[in-house]
Design a protein around this ligand. Structure first.
Ligand code: NAP
Length: 344
């Protein structure tokens, strides 16, 4: 029974479109309102070629249009800074909110300014926001009115890292985080460096010397892992549509015991899968699913690499957001989500 009306602001972007697809297949959430920016005033199906049926006929409102009274949950899938304003309006109107942007992923305005270089428009909301890294924050998410959905790179980094930090077995050396992302990670808006000719047959690093997600990783490595770490994060963009692979280069005590530590944390989790020792994940193995796959290879007496893969639009964005929404509404956490990838 579809009994919980929801709104999606930023419905015409890549994460917004993925939210529509997931919510359309959800047994309880029902789309009551879609909003966009430059595409407002059109039908959803005119802008999103993948939609069909009644949802394709729904008109796109502007992001600042009033949200219907009946709506209980608002997903904001907007660029940072624009998101904070819509979040504030929705919270003031008594709605619960899941924000997919970075606007509430930090704990205060100083941390946000360090990462994003701008003054936060609504710092008064930081204290009520819960960082929605599901496997480590369920109890807080359940009670939250505002969930900050984690970034895709931080999700792929923190899930394998937190158990090892909790065990206090890593050295003090900077943690090398080498990540690769498909181009949907950069969103749908036109950018010259994302043109087919610039991306195809090429791999490039970007975001140097310090990508904004490095702050988010360090803040929540401390928040969930209990340890201050320095992250040396290098993201790369690849000529594939979706998918993310992150390799953590780690040194510390007894790497041969780390697989068991990860197993102890994630056994029984539906959306985090630890591969058998020595097997490493691939983006194709998680594409279309809400899973993060983790593999570990011991390289030497004190060295190992841990590799994680997820679909940046699902476990890295819209999928984790629906997982959060299920928890907020006391529903089965996996409703509307698939553990299984598209294959081939
Ligand atoms: N892509 C990913 O893999 C990913 C993963 C995790 C988190 N995120 C975060 O999720 C958010 C959305 O990302 P995305 O990739 O879906 O972005 P996107 O494809 O660029 O879509 C942005 C959406 O926001 C709307 N918009 C653009 N400028 C706006 C403004 N000034 N005010 C209000 N609305 C505006 C756009 O509407 P029009 O189309 O009508 O212009 C569109 O619906 C971002 O904060 C991003 O950092 C993205």
């Amino acid at each position: 029974m579809k009994n919980i009306p929801v709104a999606i602001l930023g419905a015409t972007g890549y994460t917004g479109a993925e939210l529509i697809r997931l919510i359309e297949g959800h047994p309880h959430f029902d789309i009551a309102h879609l909003a966009a920016h430059s595409q407002a005033g059109k039908k959803a199906g005119e802008v999103l070629p993948g939609l069909s049926g009644a949802i394709a006929e729904l008109m796109l409102a502007t992001a600042d249009a009033a949200i219907p009274d009946a709506v209980q949950l608002v997903f904001t899938a907007l660029p940072h800074a624009a998101a904070a304003k819509s979040v504030k309006t929705a919270i003031d109107a008594g709605k619960r909110v899941i924000d997919l942007s970075a606007d509430f992923r930090h704990q205060d305005a100083t941390a946000y300014k360090a990462a994003y270089g701008i003054k936060h428009p609504h710092p008064e909301l930081f204290s009520s926001a819960v960082y929605g890294l599901v496997e480590h924050a369920r109890a807080r998410i359940a009670k939250a009115d505002l969930v900050a959905n984690p970034g895709c790179y931080p999700t792929s980094t923190l899930l394998p890292l937190i158990p090892l930090l909790n065990a206090n077995i890593l050295d003090d050396a900077p943690i090398i985080v080498d990540s690769k992302s498909g181009t949907s990670g950069a969103g749908r808006s036109a950018k010259a460096d994302l043109l087919y000719c610039e991306i195809n047959e090429s791999v490039k690093a970007y975001g140097m010397p310090r990508h904004r997600h490095a702050w988010e990783m360090e803040e929540w490595a401390l928040g969930f892992g209990g340890r201050k770490v320095r992250v040396r994060f290098v993201p790369h963009i690849l000529p594939m549509t979706r998918g993310m692979l992150t390799t953590l280069h780690l040194t510390g005590d007894k790497p041969e015991s780390w697989h068991q530590l990860l197993y102890n944390t994630y056994r029984g989790e539906r959306f985090v899968r630890l591969l058998t020792e020595g097997r490493l994940p691939s983006t194709a193995g998680v594409s279309g699913s809400n899973r993060c796959d983790i593999g570990l290879a011991v390289l030497g007496e004190r060295e190992a690499v841990v590799v994680s893969c997820l679909d940046n639009l699902l476990k890295g964005a819209a999928g984790q957001a629906v997982q959060n929404a299920n928890i907020m509404f006391a529903l089965d956490e996996g409703l509307g989500l698939s553990e299984h990838a598209l294959w081939p």
